[in-house]
Design a protein around this ligand. Structure first.
Ligand code: AMP
Length: 199
């Protein structure tokens, strides 16, 4: 099935890791705005420098840049062939922008996966990741700011999707395998309740 999915979760919830594995198992493209931005940043271009000025401080990249990136990626992959959007939308305005993109492409969302972990877990997980990956936005100060940004700007969009009956909650605590299995099980249950089979 060509599912069209979004995954939402606080920084450090394991979103990227789980999104990559889950999209592979469903055979749909994984579209990570954070990863795409980091790639542009690494290219050292002028656009990369601009993007770095936001992400290195834990601030959101402006919507116009972000929306354009996602529209491009949806067109490259053919939106109706399915996708897993990781890290987008992140604001209520981006929800509206995505609604418009998907309406134009006649490709409505099937589900929004919410990866849940308590705030106090986030900082220690991200400080550990900093040691492994060396991301500039994984310092304690920037992490705390990213958590605030998540609560203020991103969490409200879950209410919008919940009202639409799209949210599949997944407890993000445990090993990568445990969370992956939980995600698959909850997604299959959700799809079955919708009268659709998740293969
Ligand atoms: P992530 O890899 O999802 O944690 O994203 C890393 C950083 O990329 C974020 O802290 C933001 O600075 C930027 N970013 C990723 N996705 C978005 C988005 N949808 N809107 C704005 N900024 C984003």
């Amino acid at each position: 099935m060509n599912y069209r999915l979004v995954i939402v979760g606080p920084p450090g919830a394991g979103k990227g890791t789980q999104a990559e594995g889950f999209s592979e198992s469903l055979d749909i493209p994984w579209i990570s705005t954070g990863q795409a931005f980091r790639d542009v940043l690494a290219s050292g271009s002028e656009l990369g420098e601009l993007i770095g000025s936001y992400i290195n401080k834990g601030n959101l990249v402006p919507d116009d840049l972000t929306d354009r990136l996602v529209a491009d990626r949806l067109d490259q992959n053919g939106a109706s062939n399915g996708f897993l959007l990781d890290g987008y939308p992140r604001t209520l305005d981006q929800v509206e922008a995505l609604d418009r993109m998907l309406e134009e492409r006649e490709a409505p969302l099937d589900a929004v996966i919410e990866l849940q972990i308590p705030d106090e877990q986030i900082v220690s997980r991200l400080l550990n990741r900093a040691k492994v990956e060396g991301r500039k936005d994984d310092t304690e100060e920037v992490i705390r700011h990213r958590i605030d940004v998540y609560h203020a700007k991103t969490q409200p969009l879950l209410d919008v999707y919940r009202e639409r009956g799209l949210v599949v909650g997944v407890d993000g605590m445990g090993t990568i395998d445990e969370v992956r299995e939980r995600m698959v099980a909850n997604f299959e249950k959700f799809m079955a309740a919708e009268g659709r089979d998740a293969e």
